[in-house]
Structures are given as structure tokens and as C-alpha cells.
Design a protein around this ligand. Structure first.
Ligand SMILES: [Zn+2]
Ligand SMILES: [Zn+2]
Ligand SMILES: [Zn+2]
Length: 154
């Protein structure tokens, strides 16, 4: 993400937190910036590592977890349950309201694209799952894919 775009996204993120009565503190902002500038999803430990390499004060993984939880509750980052990693939301600077996010995860390079799948398709899927006697635990789908870059490199 370009510097200018990053500034805009961070400003919007701060406004989102403020609106819900929270605060994008300097530390939370740093964590969000790290995720925004990463090409691939990061685990809490990887976020802590990346932070501690850049900063003089080190941050324990536990507090990184708490900050990631906060950012996730504001939908500024999303947690991928299939890999236990986090990615920055790609709609922070958008004006539209946030839908249930779905993720395309490249199995080769780990890049992730956040998309929205039509609600009727997810509903249909939930119905099929119910018919089989199971219940869909989350409407957040994480699909194993190959990204366009990896496809064209083949
Ligand atoms: Zn999102
Ligand atoms: Zn958007
Ligand atoms: Zn790929």
C-alpha cells in the first residue's frame, strides 16, 4: 500500500474507532499499519515479531492478541480461522457498510483476497449443511484457491 493511501486508511480507521467509542491508540495503529503493509496474513506472533524488529520497546504476544481482538471487533482486521492469522480489511477506506467477509486464500503464495459472496449463496450452503444434519459454524467462508499471479506463473 502506498504511503498516501496508508495515511488515508489510518485516518478512516481512527474515525471508525471513535464512532464506536473506542480509540485507535498509537500501539493499535502500529499493529494495523503492520498488517496493512503485509502481503500475506500474519499470526499474532508474527505481528509481535515484526513490531519488535522495528521498535525499541518490545510488545509481548499477549498484548498483540488483545490489540488484534480490538481491531477485529472494529472490522479493521479479520481473523482467518483456517490458519489462525490476521489480515487488514480491504474496505477500511470505503463508505459502504461492511458485509460478512469471505476470503480467497492462495495455497501457493498465501496471498488473500477479501470478497463478498451473495447472501443467497451462503444461505443455500447453510441449508445444504442443515440438510446433512450439521450447522454452519460461521458464514465466513475461507476458500482454498490459486491467485491470479500464481496462475499466470505456472
Ligand atoms: Zn473487511
Ligand atoms: Zn469496499
Ligand atoms: Zn498465489
Amino acid at each position: 500500500m502506498k504511503k498516501q493511501q496508508l495515511v488515508k486508511v489510518i485516518e478512516k480507521a481512527a474515525a471508525i474507532c471513535k464512532q464506536s467509542g473506542g480509540q485507535l491508540t498509537a500501539k493499535r495503529k502500529k499493529i494495523l499499519e503492520l498488517l496493512l503493509s503485509s502481503d500475506v496474513p500474519l499470526s499474532a506472533y508474527e505481528v509481535a515479531d515484526a513490531h519488535n524488529k522495528q521498535s525499541e520497546t518490545s510488545m509481548p504476544a499477549m498484548s498483540v492478541y488483545r490489540m488484534l481482538d480490538f481491531l477485529a471487533s472494529e472490522q479493521l482486521v479479520h481473523k482467518l480461522s483456517s490458519t489462525n492469522k490476521y489480515i487488514a480489511c480491504s474496505h477500511i477506506a470505503c463508505e459502504h457498510s461492511h458485509e460478512v467477509p469471505q476470503f480467497l486464500i492462495c495455497g501457493k503464495c498465501q496471498r488473500v483476497k477479501e470478497i463478498t459472496i451473495a447472501k443467497r449463496i451462503v444461505d443455500e450452503l447453510a441449508t445444504q449443511v442443515n440438510n446433512a444434519g450439521y450447522q454452519l459454524a460461521t458464514p465466513q467462508l475461507e476458500l482454498d484457491c490459486l491467485c491470479e499471479r500464481c496462475l499466470s506463473n505456472d
